[in-house]
Design a protein. Sequence first.
Length: 263
Amino acid sequence: MSYQEIIVEKLENVGRITLNRPDQLNAVTRKTLEELERALREFSKDPDVRTVILTGAGEKAFCAGADLKGGIFTPKTDSVQGAKLARLGQEFTEMIERYEKPVIAAVNGFALGGGCEIVLACDMIVASENAQFGQPEINVGLIPGWGGTQRLPRLVGRNKAKGLIFTGDRIVAKEAERIGIVNKVLKPAELQQAALELARKLASKSPIMLRLAKQAVNRGIEMDLKSGLAEEVKAFRVCFTTQDFKEGLTAFMEKRQPKFEGK
């Protein structure tokens, strides 16, 4: 299947999607979002792919957000069109959040606006030392519309999120790691290999257990503690119905590495 604005690769049991508009700092158009969704759907149907990496081409940017110069919206965009654009981006970030396989963001350079919001929807984030994160929408008379006002406070807390959203300031990778956005910061030359190693580590786990754990965390964070614990019990109960549970416990007893088949 051909793509024009992204690169899609299958690296054994890892899928990698690369935003491929480096001359535009990998800013996304409607076509980019359509291609990203199509690539995720294709990987979803491939049982061999157990983890997906999302990254950007070039050294300058993971994604600088929506392509303002490309006309994704203009000063003449009305409120109805604006709402549709917000839902377009939210549908993609929600797709990542609901995706049954872990999605790792490998961030090089800028992750701004919609690019930052895409990152926030991913399950784990590794970043190079030159990465910068921010929600600069306020500087062009907007607010984040692809989930930033909701996911950022859940990650870093209300006041820290307000500070980033209200000022439009950027933060560097180490600060993003300190406040809980980024899992790990690496040298630029190490980023892609580290992301691949992490993806392969996750791919060695049971895909069923990864899906159940992701669902329990994502659903539970929206609930009160009692409801969240009940959600955990539901997921925990399902574990015992699987062959992967039997394989994992047997392998532990036999002191060998388990071979999870996702059954």
